[in-house]
Design a protein around this ligand. Structure first.
Ligand code: SF4
Length: 299
């Protein structure tokens, strides 16, 4: 594995308004830029490129640490006009990537969320999330936390191709179980769902069945977006590791998204699995937007 350059920065702003439809949140706050998990189809490689860095390998070899993120989050959610909406911690990075072990930026942000009554959502491929189990359980007791474990496949050759440095899927499912046992609303995000790699209905159902056995209380699914910065990375890797799929992907991913009919079919399948296993898309008790003044009354 190539070495990584960690760059510590002090950010001026953190909260980012998202324009992606169909998400259960409209705001994100990223503790890091770049991600040490070199997922082959990472959608965030494009945003790394956009910020003046190169996409591709630089996404995982140059990780920017927003060392003052907790302080900036505190300042931003303390503004009188902040509506107290759910914030995704991470999104363009994994909030529990290896840098978090040393820098604890995500942990600091969670502490601020607990102090200020700020609801948050985390999604990760890392079992390091369990280090913050007590903090997440304290947030969950007040309806302020929900965690998604991202999973692609149980088949080792597949997940090693898609998410080579992520924790093995059974370890992620064990982490899910510990979160659920601690009272943290925890679910699974099937991501990415890829044609002829991770979209087999029986394999997806097996994953969902195991997730339910491990306490999952909600289920989502994501198709990859191969935007510039991501596709130049993903397609050569595919050529190297799954050459039999190259022509199909070149046809299917002429633009950043899969053709609408394919995407609709996959999302319908995830919907059927949700129905069959009685899982909502996000926790029923997902915190609704409230004014911070109201939230603080609950302290
Ligand atoms: S964990 Fe998420 S942000 Fe990190 S490389 Fe994988 S897909 Fe990208």
């Amino acid at each position: 594995m190539p070495s990584v350059f960690y760059e510590e920065v002090r950010c001026k702003r953190l909260l980012l308004r998202l324009t992606v439809p169909h998400l259960p949140f409209r705001w994100a706050a990223n503790p890091y830029r770049g991600c040490r998990h070199p997922c082959s189809y990472c959608y965030a490689r494009g945003s790394h490129q956009y910020r003046g860095h190169q996409g591709g390998q630089e996404m995982e070899q140059r990780v920017v640490i927003k060392v003052n993120a907790a302080a900036v989050l505190r300042a931003e959610v303390s503004q009188p006009d902040w509506g107290g909406e759910l914030i995704a911690l991470g999104g363009a990075c994994d909030p529990y990537q290896p840098a978090e072990l040393k820098y604890r930026v995500t942990q600091g942000m969670l502490a601020v969320a607990l102090e200020l009554g700020q609801p948050c959502w985390l999604s990760t491929r890392a079992t390091l999330v369990l280090r913050d189990l007590d903090l997440l359980a304290a947030l969950a007791r007040r309806g302020l936390a929900q965690v998604s474990l991202r999973l692609s496949s149980l088949r080792e050759p597949v997940w090693r191709h898609v998410e080579p440095e992520a924790a093995p899927p059974m370890k992620r499912l064990a982490a899910l179980e510990r979160l659920a046992q601690a009272g943290v609303p925890a679910g699974v995000l099937l991501a990415p769902i890829l044609p002829d790699l991770t979209d087999d209905p029986a394999a997806l159902e097996e994953l969902v069945r195991l997730a339910v056995e491990h306490g999952a209380s909600f289920l989502g699914g994501n198709l990859p977006a191969l935007r510039p910065g991501s596709r130049e990375w993903a397609l050569p890797l595919l050529r190297e590791q799954c050459p039999h799929l190259v022509r199909q992907y070149a046809r299917q991913y002429r633009g950043p998204f899969d053709p609408a009919a394919y995407g609709a079919g996959v999302l319908a399948l995830v919907g059927e699995l949700r129905c069959k296993y009685g899982l909502p898309e996000s926790p029923v008790s997902a915190p609704a937007p409230r004014r911070m003044g109201q939230l603080r009354l609950g302290l």
